[in-house]
Design a protein around this ligand. Structure first.
Ligand SMILES: [Zn+2]
Ligand SMILES: [Zn+2]
Length: 559
């Protein structure tokens, strides 16, 4: 007999329901939120008075699977720990073993301890898709999924160069999603990873790839249009041109223009919002970017906030990672070319409060959070582990909710930054409801996960129950209760169950005869032979976890 559970008298914060946070009972049964029949007694009642009840957190951009995370772990053995309790390490301790790229087990458990129930790998290479799914399948508790990388792959560039009909490229995008079992598509430094192999050291939005002759503008527009026509809910996930370069705000604004109104998600925008003002020719362009987001309702972003301390940056953007390799700390890095079809750079990094550049990066991230008006289009991320490990989310949430704490931190930074930034005058403090949007309701909606990120009847019973005493950092660190599909998985930081998470994918309709063409091209040009992953294989490599296809957009919306 299925049991009805009642979470009694908590402050339910579900921004998808009108009326704001409300003290009420919340019921679930068989892993779903339900409305019980009038007078129906609950089999189990859990007192939640004085607690906050939210849907489980959804991280839409966190590097948790695929080759480069493992390369990062191998590059930095001194930052891993196999001690008895690897979960106790936090990035705020000066402990050198601080976990910057925790293994799969620690990743799943630590996310769950913080009330997160889903995380998505943003940069899965088609040729590495099996590895990425295996690794995510080995990550307990969390639901997961991945965006497959396109835009520097030889086939797309060759076809764009040859001027094949758009429909052929659209079907290739659909085929790639199908073959790799992805939830979306990410483009990384559009065309730039390929251009780097032809010795181009930079590629601006309107600069042509020396060999293929196509520009990032054309690539971004083509991929965004393909996803729109395939009716994939999550629009093109864009890691723009010139990551980390002073003055790159111009490329970021040009990338938005290149979309010509097509929907898109710009990721880790903190790394793409730099001006060239001031004596150091490096300045915040957060206000310009926030303005562009405010006036372009088809654009969403995640921030990629940096957090001071040791981390490692792991990116498909070989071009930019090569440029940054000289800043590696510790002084070593990996540049790799995966299956001849993509790139990868792993550069350890230590963000320092007294560094002018790092201090400004920290400020820019927070300015973006506070200046974009619509919280539904801003997602809370650190681009784990690039800006900092996901374990620092509670700290970041406090920075956003508590101005005096923010100013205290700001006062410790490089004095020129602290004295001159716009951030020091920003008075906005995010509300609990805004945090709930940026950490669960918003990302779930942006990914098309209809039954996640909210607590309406029918939703999955992914629920986090937080304390109300203490500061926000304490509250979000180890909530008293975390449920995954109705099963209690964590209690005040202690893991009590480790269910297998589900894989979220999308299955767009495309002309499957493209398969033959893709194979012929691989045969002729020596690319990676296509070996689509079947449902059965996905299921077994993800430890029998469920496969949950998201629904494609309705035809009229997709038109
Ligand atoms: Zn990226
Ligand atoms: Zn990333």
């Amino acid at each position: 007999m299925s049991r009805l559970t009642c979470l009694r008298g908590g402050l339910v914060v579900d921004p998808t329901q009108s009326g704001g946070p409300t003290v009420r009972d919340l019921f679930f049964r068989d892993g779903r939120i339900v409305t019980p029949a009038p007078g129906e007694p609950a089999d189990e009642v859990i007192d939640c008075a004085g607690r906050t009840v939210m849907a489980g957190g959804v991280d839409l951009h966190s590097h948790i699977g695929g080759g480069k995370v493992n390369l990062a772990r191998m590059l930095l053995p001194e930052l891993q720990r196999d001690g008895a309790n690897p979960l106790r390490c936090t990035p705020h301790e000066s402990d050198p073993c601080s976990l910057v790229t925790p293994g799969t087990l620690a990743t799943g458990l630590r996310y769950a301890q913080m009330g997160y129930t889903a995380a998505f790998e943003p940069a899965m290479l088609p040729a590495n898709a099996r590895h990425a799914h295996l690794e995510m399948g080995d990550t307990p508790i969390l639901d997961h999924g991945a965006y497959v990388m396109l835009g520097s792959d030889e086939l797309l560039l060759r076809w764009m160069h040859a001027g094949v009909p758009f429909e052929q490229i659209r079907d290739y995008v659909g085929w790639t999603i199908h073959a790799s079992k992805a939830l979306g598509v990410k483009v990384v430094n559009p065309g730039g990873i390929s251009a780097f192999k032809f010795n181009q050291r930079k590629l601006d939005v309107d600069e042509a790839h020396v060999h293929w002759g196509v520009t990032p503008r054309q690539i971004v527009h083509t991929l965004a249009r393909a996803l729109r026509e395939l009716q994939v809910p999550h629009p093109l996930h864009i890691h723009g041109s010139n990551l980390g370069v002073a003055g790159n705000i111009a490329s970021t604004l040009e990338t938005i223009a290149a979309l010509e109104g097509l929907p898109a998600h710009l990721t880790h925008v903190q790394f793409h919002a730099y001006g060239i003002e001031g004596p150091k020719k490096f300045s915040s362009a957060a206000l310009q970017l926030a303005e562009a987001v405010n006036t372009n309702p088809h654009i969403s972003i995640d921030v990629g906030q940096i957090i001071f301390g040791q981390t490692v940056t792991a990116s498909g953007d070989t071009m930019r990672q090569h440029a940054n390799a000289g800043l590696a700390n510790p002084r070593k890095w990996i540049g790799a070319d995966i299956e001849c079809d993509a790139g990868c750079g792993v550069v350890p990094f230590r963000y320092r409060e007294q560094s002018f550049v790092n201090a400004l990066q920290w400020v820019i991230g927070l300015e973006l959070f506070l200046q974009v008006k619509d919280p539904w289009r801003v997602v809370l991320t650190t681009d784990h582990p690039n800006g900092g490990p996901f374990t620092s989310y509670p700290h970041l949430i406090r920075l956003l909710m508590d101005r005096s704490f923010r100013l205290e931190q700001l006062a410790r930074l490089h004095p020129e930054v602290a004295a001159n930034c716009a951030l020091k005058d920003m008075t906005r403090e995010l509300t609990l409801e805004e945090i709930a949007i940026m950490t669960r309701a918003g990302p779930a909606r942006l990914l098309g996960l209809a039954d996640r990120g909210h607590l309406r009847p029918g939703a999955a019973a992914d629920i986090a129950v937080y304390r109300q005493d203490g500061d926000a950092e304490q509250q979000f660190t180890d909530p008293p209760l975390v449920f995954k599909d109705g099963l209690l998985v964590a209690r005040a930081g202690q893991i009590v169950a480790q269910p297998v998470g589900a894989t979220h994918i999308v299955e767009p309709v495309y002309d499957t005869s493209i398969d033959k063409r893709v194979r012929a091209e691989a045969q002729a040009h020596g690319g990676t032979p296509p070996q689509p992953i079947s449902h059965d294989e996905l299921c077994s490599c993800c430890r029998g976890g469920r496969i949950l296809p998201v629904e494609c957009l309705a035809a009229e919306e997709g038109a």
